[in-house]
Write a protein that binds this ligand. Sequence first.
Ligand code: ZN
Ligand code: FE
Length: 276
Amino acid sequence: MIKKDGHTHTEFCPHGSGDDVELMIQKAIQLGFEEYCITEHAPLPPAFEYDYAGEPTGFSEASMAFGDVDDYFAKVALMKQRYGDQIKIKVGFEVDFLPQYVDWTRSFLNQYQDQIDESVLSVHFLPGVAGKYWCVDDTTEDFELGLLESVDEPQALYQRYLEQVKASVQADLGPQTPVRIGHLDLIKKFQDDFNLPNQFDSHNQELIDEILVLIQKQHRQLDFNIAGLYKSGCNEPYLDLATIGKARQLGIPMVYGSDAHSIAEVGRAQHLINYF
Ligand code: ZN
Ligand code: FE
């Protein structure tokens, strides 16, 4: 198996470190990576601002600016030119799944279809309090006030997340539909901050089974995202052991994702690649 990072960010990410992707690539080369997939957060549909509640930066800094998309592709093209003989560089997006904006998202991807190599599809926002969308992985305050408070018990929130992931896998996003499903259980990011269950209950396990069968049938992949391991309230990679076992049984490829937003984060937990 080749040594690949399938989920990384760049200086075009407003909530990142600002570190130059060139230096991140240099570190990946130094660590012996053979493939490096750059997946900056795709711009969100502008109208989503009105569906969203919570910390304003949770929307405004969630994704790359529209005006930066061309510069982003140009920068990666230059990187391919400069480092292509040392590492295979791929470019795409981390695409947000928002059920009410599937058409919008499909046309966005279509617009750049000639330039995209591969992308990741992620759920970062869920409906919660006041019928608004809240960010799953921004602040603990928004998670608590916007999402946890909208359910009677945490498994119901887990269920809402997994149902959204299932819808994302079923969505028709056109020819550039992302091949990889991002951090399937990101909803556990704050599990240790709020003492939430670490395991999914039997109903949610069934939902995961359904999602995995869909992914298998579609010949898609899972993002084995190690960022959760380094979140003080999570302490676990995104893809828990139970899900890894199921995915392995179904023969679903799991691709290591550092989700690096800085040079320091490139290659974190890289030895876990050997488990797949
Ligand atoms: Zn990010
Ligand atoms: Fe993400």
